[in-house]
Design a protein around this ligand. Structure first.
Ligand code: FPP
Length: 230
């Protein structure tokens, strides 16, 4: 693998953390932080695409997030629905393919419909992908993949697993960015992060914008990726 190919960043995953703390600092409800956090998303993903990134993954709602108060869960889903409604024109104008990773069966019918409509409408776009992890948990995703292939004759290979994940059609994650100072992966695309670089910043998600995205990507290019070689 040449140095250039080795270094190309294709897929960035964001763990958008710190919305609640950001709001608390201002004496506002946690949902205010989520709302400001959602407003940041277009700027961040478009900065990535402008810098040559093909796929952006966002951790919007994990399977563990159901344990939050119902009012907060409802607000996150409302923000997601509004985001998809508002951003659908950009997805089409900028030819961004939408993928949803996760089990969308328990979410409300109107959000589900909006997701399915946009997934279908954008499925032929090749250049850019927005992958939203929604009711997502990586271990559950791997178990689901294994269950899908267990009837196969012979040995199960890594390719079999990869091909049965939600992310089957997109490359592995090159860079994970987690905001708010937490240094955990929190069940975020464990398989797909096998060779990822990890960028942790104290900046809270609602304060994370174009400049911070550029800094993270610049940091990635300053690292040498060896994939286990020397
Ligand atoms: C983590 O911050 C954030 C979430 C669990 C939700 C992220 C959701 C959004 C940004 C809005 C909707 C998503 C999209 C894609 C439009 P936290 O609440 O855990 O913050 P804290 O650690 O400070 O409490």
């Amino acid at each position: 693998m040449s140095a250039d190919v080795e270094k190309k960043i294709r897929h960035v995953g964001f763990i958008m953390d710190g919305n609640g703390r950001w709001a608390k600092k201002l004496g506002r409800p946690r949902t205010f932080g989520h709302s400001k956090g959602a407003d940041r998303i277009p700027e961040v993903i478009e900065t990535c695409y402008d810098l040559g990134v093909e796929v952006v993954s966002l951790y919007a709602f994990s399977t563990e997030n159901w344990s939050r108060p119902k009012s907060e869960v409802d607000e996150i889903f409302k923000l997601l629905k509004n985001f998809l409604k508002k951003y659908s024109k950009t997805l089409i104008d900028k030819q961004i393919r939408l993928i949803i990773s996760g089990d969308i069966s328990p979410i409300s019918e109107d959000l589900k419909k909006e997701c399915i409509k946009l997934i279908e409408r954008t499925k032929d776009y090749k250049q850019h992908v927005l992958n939203i992890a929604l009711n997502y948990g990586s271990r559950a995703e791997i178990v689901r993949a294994v269950n899908k292939i267990k009837a196969k004759d012979g040995e199960i290979t890594e390719s079999d697993i990869s091909a049965n994940l939600y992310t089957a059609e997109i490359p592995d994650i090159d860079l994970v960015v987690r905001t708010s100072g937490e240094m955990r992966l929190s069940n975020f695309f464990l398989w797909q992060c096998a060779y990822a670089e990890f960028y942790f910043t104290d900046v809270l998600w609602p304060d994370f914008g174009k400049k911070q995205t550029e800094q993270a990507i610049e940091w990635f290019y300053g690292r040498k990726r060896r994939f286990g070689g020397i």
